[in-house]
Ligand binder design. Structure first.
Ligand SMILES: [Zn+2]
Length: 242
């Protein structure tokens, strides 16, 4: 069915601003669709006011976010880094070189820029991948947890409780804050960025406990608690491409 009109709009949702394409069509109801690219399409009859359409989107924002992340995670699994001897991997803003070493014992050791994977059969790339992923998982958990505790120290004065940390792979965002449930979710891929860039994201999410939106007050608070946030944001976007 041909659209009568199409426009790209933005709506504020509990997960931040969401862009969507609004098509006016000869349909009976408001229809919402998340494309595999993560884009949100809404078709609605001409007579339905934008306010009603946007309330509908907000009421579905949880589902939209889940659908977009489902597609993003699926895409991401297609584009895996390589785990062969000599492969380059990013970690805390540095480029590490993967070294697969034959050993009777299995363990991983980081020596300067070399990530040594000690394993029985170095030709078993699939197993090397599992070992490295397990190591990354532990690093994410340690580094992110430390930063949550550190930043929480600055937010004690605002009466913010220590949030629960969740780690996920997300393509469109670095982190998110569920301010009603007290949960901060961080993108697993942040571990590739320098520590201060991760701290900026953590501080950003903490600010949402006080200002759920991206208002002027939100940025005033962020600037007070992390004055260098603009530079960190730029550096992060340059280091890790989502
Ligand atoms: Zn935000």
């Amino acid at each position: 069915m041909k659209a009568l009109s199409t426009e790209i709009r933005r709506v504020a949702t509990p997960y931040g601003a969401m862009e969507y394409t609004l098509e006016r069509k000869k349909v009976k109801n408001i229809n919402l669709r998340v494309k595999e690219s993560g884009e949100v399409y809404v078709s609605a009859p001409k007579r339905v006011p934008v306010g009603e359409i946007e309330s509908f989107i907000i009421s579905r924002s949880d589902n939209i976010r889940r659908a977009a992340e489902y597609y993003a995670e699926r895409d991401m699994k297609k584009a895996q880094p390589s785990y062969e001897n000599g492969s380059a991997l990013m970690f805390l803003g540095r480029q590490l070189r993967l070294e697969l070493m034959t050993d009777s014992r299995e363990f991983i050791a980081l020596w300067g820029m070399a990530l040594e994977v000690h394993m029985k059969d170095t030709s078993d790339i699939q197993h090397a991948k599992e070992l490295v992923e397990g190591w990354y998982e532990r690093q994410c958990s340690d580094v992110f947890h430390d930063l949550i505790v550190k930043v929480h120290g600055k937010f004690l004065k605002y009466d913010v409780d220590l949030p629960q940390l969740k780690i996920r792979t997300m393509r469109s965002r670095w982190g998110s804050c569920n301010y009603t449930k007290g949960i901060i979710t961080l993108n697993r891929r942040l571990i590739e960025a320098p520590r201060h860039c991760i701290e900026h994201v953590v501080t950003h999410e903490f600010c949402h406990f006080i200002h759920p939106n991206h208002s002027k007050d939100f940025y005033a608070l962020l600037s007070a608690e992390f004055p260098d946030w603009k530079a960190s944001k730029k550096e992060l976007e340059k280091t890790v491409i989502l």
